[in-house]
Every structure is written in structure tokens, then in C-alpha cells.
Design a protein around this ligand. Structure first.
Ligand code: GLP
Length: 268
């Protein structure tokens, strides 16, 4: 696990964009794991700029999103289907047929629709059939969730239906006119086991509100209580945080020292 403490979100975005550009230069049909939330936006923006600046051909790049609300029509501006279209597919110029969102054929269907269970299994199969995710970008919830894997999620879980924690609904109410009652209660999310199969995990966290979750993730015990702590078991996980989100880390000096002395050829 590598922890990179950046001066601001832009530096984090540049690091992610360069990492994806390096991958696409050797694998035209790279598979990107995509996340919603505000944290990855700067990374997508920098990647979109780099694609134009360096004329990178990303027409064959494929994508799999982490999660989706249940109960919102696909056309709802806050369905993750819409968010991924708006923040990733369109600005990057990806082929939308190559980009998938869990249960996207079922997003508007009621929770009682049992075919959703099958949708989770089918999604994990589709990721495997694509050869697996190369780089998975992740944000983190204030309670340590990744995707929508709330505390208590099995660290071996596959894509499935989950009930959102009240705190997550409160945190996400800002996307729903600050009205928590408009935030769906359920979701379909890649499991922690699914996420852990990606070859490289890049988690971004900014701001003091994430400091506790970041400290639990990086320096706490590995526990379903903080699902993101599973990243400690991943052979290639990069945690990129700003000073505020790094505030509660005890080994900040070492992380800074290690990054400053990193051989240039190593990449992230
Ligand atoms: C939602 C998403 C997560 C995201 C989290 C944090 O719950 N499902 O994937 O990491 O929000 O979002 P933000 O980056 O806006 O703080």
C-alpha cells in the first residue's frame, strides 16, 4: 500500500491521469474501474485534458462502474448511469457501449424485482469476461465505505444489493436538493471481493471529513467495520490524500519520505 500526500486535488488528478495514460499506451483496450462521488471528478478532468493534449486514442477503453442506486430511473440526473455518462463517458469521449453500470438494465425496476440478484452475478461475470479491471479508481465514504459497501460488508463479497447506511444517505442528500428522503434506500454495488480483483486500486480522499476514514483504512486493523481497510490486503493499492485527509495518519513522515525517494521508473 502506497500513501501519497499531495498538495491539492489537482496534483492527485495529474497522478491518476498519467497512470491511466501510461496504461493505455501499452493496452489500447484497457479496463477502467469507475467511481462516482465528488472525489474522482478532478481525476477525470485531468485525464480528459491529457487525452486531448497528447492525442491519446481511448476509443477502445472499456469501463465498469462501481455501483448504482436502486429505484431511480436511468434518466434521473443522479442515477449513477447518468453521472457516469456526464462525468466520464462524455468528457473523455469513451464509447458508451463499452461502459457498464451494475444492474443498468434494471435501474428503474422496483426493489422487489428478484432478477437483481442475478444482475449482480452477471456483472461480476462481465468484468471477468473483459479480463478484469486494470485500474480501479475509488473514493471513500465518511464511514469507510468503498463503492456502496457499508460497514459490515463481507470483505469477500461480490456485486449485490445493499441497504445504504443512514449516514451515507445524509452525505449524499446534497445531490438530491438536500432532502434525505429523496435519496434511495438501496443500491447495487460491486463487492469488496470484486473490487479487490482489480489489478491496481487508486483511492482518492480529500478534506478533513475523510481524515478518520483514511486513518482507519491505512493504519487501522483490517475489518469489515471499515470496508476500505481491505485495501491493506491488496498487492497494488495507492492511496492519494490531501493534507487535511492525511491529518490523522501517524506515519505521514514516512509516506512523504518514501514518495520523495521513489525511483522514477516505478510509477505509482
Ligand atoms: C458515494 C459513492 C462512493 C463514493 C462516496 C464518497 O457513496 N457510492 O463510491 O466513494 O460517495 O463520495 P465523495 O467523493 O463525494 O465524498
Amino acid at each position: 500500500m502506497e500513501v501519497i500526500i499531495v498538495r491539492d486535488e489537482d496534483e492527485a488528478g495529474e497522478i491518476y491521469a498519467q497512470c491511466v495514460a501510461d496504461l493505455v499506451s501499452v493496452k489500447l483496450d484497457a479496463v477502467l474501474g469507475l467511481a462516482t462521488g465528488s472525489s474522482p471528478l478532478v481525476a477525470y478532468r485531468h485525464l480528459a485534458n491529457l487525452v486531448v493534449e497528447k492525442s491519446i486514442d481511448i476509443s477502445q477503453v472499456r469501463g465498469f462502474a462501481l455501483d448504482e442506486y436502486i429505484g431511480l430511473p436511468l434518466s434521473h440526473p443522479e442515477s449513477y448511469h447518468s453521472v457516469i455518462q456526464r462525468t466520464v463517458v462524455e468528457p473523455l469521449g469513451l464509447n458508451s457501449e463499452n461502459v457498464h453500470v451494475p444492474g443498468d438494465t434494471l435501474a428503474g425496476a422496483p426493489l422487489s424485482d428478484g432478477t437483481r440478484m442475478a444482475a449482480g452475478v452477471a456483472y461480476d461475470r462481465a468484468i471477468a469476461a473483459a479480463g478484469g479491471v486494470d485500474i480501479q479508481i475509488l473514493g471513500i465514504g465518511t464511514d469507510g465505505h468503498v463503492g456502496f459497501n457499508e460497514p459490515g460488508s463481507s470483505l469477500a463479497s461480490g456485486t449485490r444489493i445493499k441497504t445504504l447506511a443512514e449516514q451515507t444517505r445524509i452525505d449524499n442528500a446534497r445531490f438530491f436538493d438536500d432532502d434525505v428522503t429523496k435519496v434511495p434506500t438501496h443500491c447495487i454495488t460491486q463487492g469488496i471481493g470484486t473490487i479487490m480483483r482489480a489489478r491496481h486500486l487508486v483511492l482518492l480522499a480529500f478534506g478533513a471529513g475523510k481524515a478518520e476514514a483514511v486513518a482507519e483504512t491505512v493504519e487501522g486493523g483490517v475489518s469489515a467495520f471499515c470496508p476500505a481497510s481491505a485495501l491493506q490486503m491488496h498487492p497494488h493499492a495507492t492511496i492519494i490524500v490531501d493534507e487535511d485527509a492525511a491529518f490523522r495518519l501517524r506515519h505521514k513522515d514516512y509516506y512523504r519520505y518514501a514518495y520523495a525517494h521513489k525511483p522514477a521508473w516505478q510509477g505509482i
